[in-house]
Write a protein that binds this ligand. Structure first.
Ligand SMILES: Nc1ncnc2c1ncn2[C@@H]1O[C@H](COP(=O)(O)OP(=O)(O)O)[C@@H](O)[C@H]1O
Ligand SMILES: N[C@@H](CC(=O)OP(=O)(O)O)C(=O)O
Length: 593
């Protein structure tokens, strides 16, 4: 008999009428012959209400007690759901995370799943029940209640689908699928019939709140197709699978994170181990650092900027202060009113010209780019919060995301291509639940690194620089722009070493036109890439990387991060030893491919 996991988010169970309607959906699926596991979130904005209550009694509520409190929201809704199903004449049993046996680590409010018991759920299903699981919660080894981070019910649903070998994992929500960008922010966003795991992973981690990014990590790792659909209509929705919607489009979606904070350390030593000292302390506080931007140094000094969620600025600054005792930065600056606008697409890796197009579109809108970070399948820019909405609209129009690609699939089908249900595989899945998985560690020795230092920090600069380079037919790889001092910015990028001279000449022309800036470069650079799943959400990945490189005495010139890749640029002669150091550092999590 096939098994379906159906997840209903807060908006889909916001009132009793909606609970009854969700109950009907589950009963219908059961009558069609499926076993049904429901995963249910807290009603409406109930979790926010609970957070608010906590803040009324304490400025700094203990994380353990937050979990005790927040988990009650889901307990209310699962019980009501079971009652609704019972009243409609079907059998149902509700279970908390602990009752299912969702074991997590002890990182309260951001716990990671370690294993899931399946026996009780399976038995209840075999007895003809609809099993209703409380989303977003688990229990640690000391029986403390934990929660998986805001939005974590998606992760509960996909994790249950993975361990139960479900045929389908349906995410019911208040939108009828995944859109090219948040339809509430941009009304001309378009629903896509299909999107690739890697794209959704990046989009979710860059602000597309429709899915919790860790749920996509699970789905990708275990090959679970996710079907996002509406609780209120029968529109076919969106399938999240391995392949993208279109093979001809470079960009599949855009996202915005409105509330970010940027922190910059100016004038720190440009030596092996510096990044490690900084990010080790931040990772110890379980903060996911985003958009790390490091520029190569002048006079032995480097600048590092990075972003964190606005509400984590204070804790991050504490960690930065600790690191500063050792690093002695000349200056620390921060801005807690920045937004990040990103475009994502698997096609970007092979179709050229995406970056300069994005910068051009923003420049035409007169929007100043404060920082840039790119990886193979995403480009992110940091802009002021006041410009964010206009920036999103401009890139959405610029990449014609509102227009359906010609090769877009016409049908959405959520049936899983089942792999072999070998008990040994399931046991292994349980053991590996949320482990870091590295697919590959690569060394690319054919890169050159170029830098334009001290360009004026005003709208249109990035467009001017990258239009000039692109017009010479040069394929740009990683781009980094950092916040500079004295209203100046530094722009770095890599390109094939064979194009180094051409790129250098193009930059000199641009600098001459601008009347400001200095060009520098290194024809002999190497790119080291670690790719896998959960690189950003596993806060220790950067630390492991920087530790390995610094122990081998290797200095990092430039860093770019994304959810699925971390790239570092080093001198070419340090490429080979760097590769060996990274292979040794990630040996335990490197997948055999
Ligand atoms: N790319 C996107 N596609 C669809 N919805 C998105 C996207 N980005 C953000 N969203 C937002 O995600 C919301 C659904 O997520 P959420 O409110 O967490 O729902 P639920 O309560 O069902 O978990 C939508 O209402 C929409 O505003
Ligand atoms: N109720 C939790 C967990 C969750 O995933 O909710 P939703 O499915 O409504 O995003 C939260 O608000 O974070």
């Amino acid at each position: 008999m096939s098994l379906i996991v159906q997840k209903f988010g807060g908006t889909s169970v916001a009132d009793c009428e909606k609970i009854v309607s969700a109950a009907r959906k589950a009963i219908r699926a059961q009558r069609e012959g499926h076993q049904v596991v429901m995963v249910v979130s807290a009603m409406g904005k109930n979790t926010d209400v609970l957070v608010d209550l906590a803040q009324q009694v304490s400025d700094n509520p203990p994380a353990r007690e937050m979990d005790m409190l927040l988990s009650t929201g889901e307990q209310v809704s699962v019980a009501l759901m079971a009652m609704a199903i019972d009243a409609l004449g079907s059998k149902a049993v509700s279970l908390t995370g602990a009752q299912i046996g969702i074991r997590t680590d002890s990182t309260h409010t951001k716990a990671r799943i370690r294993s899931i018991e399946t026996s009780r759920v399976k038995q209840l299903l075999d007895e003809g029940n609809i099993v209703i699981a409380a989303g977003f919660q688990g229990i640690d080894e000391n029986l403390n209640i934990t929660t998986l981070g805001r939005g974590g019910s998606d992760t509960t649903a996909v994790a249950l689908a993975a361990v139960l070998d479900a045929d389908s994992c349906e995410i019911y929500t208040d939108v009828d699928g995944v859109y090219t960008t948040d339809p509430r922010v941009l009304p001309d966003a378009r629903r896509v019939p299909q999107i690739a795991y890697d794209e959704m992973l990046e989009l979710a981690s860059l602000g597309a709140g429709v899915m919790h990014s860790r749920s996509i990590e699970f789905a990708k790792k275990f090959g679970v197709p996710i079907h996002v659909r509406s609780s209120f209509t029968d529109v076919p929705g969106t399938l999240i699978v391995h392949d993208p919607e279109s093979k001809t489009r470079p960009v599949s979606g855009a996202a915005i994170t409105k509330k970010e904070a940027r922190i910059t350390l100016e004038g720190i030593p440009d030596e092996p181990g510096v990044s490690l000292e900084l990010f080790r302390r931040i990772a110890a506080k379980a903060i996911s650092v985003d958009m790390i931007v490091q520029n190569i140094s002048k006079d032995g000094k480097a600048n590092i900027s990075f972003t964190v969620p606005q509400n984590e600025l204070k804790v991050t600054l504490d960690a930065v202060k600790q690191a500063s005792e050792l690093l002695q930065p000349e200056n620390i600056t921060y801005d807690d009113h920045v937004s990040k606008v990103s475009v994502v697409g698997l096609g970007m890796a092979t179709l050229p010209g995406v970056a300069n197009k994005m910068f051009r579109v923003l420049s035409e809108e007169g929007i100043n780019i404060q920082a840039i970070s790119t990886s193979e399948i995403k480009i992110s820019v940091l802009v002021s919060q006041a410009d964010a909405q206009r920036a999103l609209q401009a890139v959405h129009n610029g990449f014609e995301l509102d227009i359906t690609p010609e090769d877009s699939p016409t049908e959405v089908s959520s049936v899983r291509v089942r792999d072999v249900t070998d008990p040994a595989i399931v046991v292994q899945r349980l053991r590996e639940m949320e482990d870091l998985a590295i697919d590959d560690i690569e060394l690319d020795r054919s890169q050159a690194l170029l830098l334009v230092r001290r360009v004026p920090d005003r709208p249109g600069i990035a467009a001017q620089v990258f239009d000039a380079v692109a017009s010479k037919g040069i394929n740009i790889d990683v781009i980094i722009q950092n916040v500079g001092r004295d209203d100046c910015a530094n722009v770095s990028f890599t390109c094939p070493a064979s194009d180094y001279e051409k790129a250098y000449a193009a930059l000199e022309e641009v600098v001459a036109e601008m009347g400001e800036g200095e060009v520098e470069g290194n024809r002999e650079a190497a790119k080291l890439t670690v790719s896998g799943i959960g690189l950003r959400s596993h806060t220790g990945v950067g630390v492991r990387m920087f530790k390995a490189l610094s122990s081998a005495g290797i200095n990092v010139d430039l860093i770019s991060t994304s959810e699925v890749r971390v790239n570092v640029i080093v001198d070419e002669d340090e490429g080979e030893p760097g590769l060996k150091a990274l292979q040794a550092a990630f040996k335990d999590v490197l997948l055999d491919t």
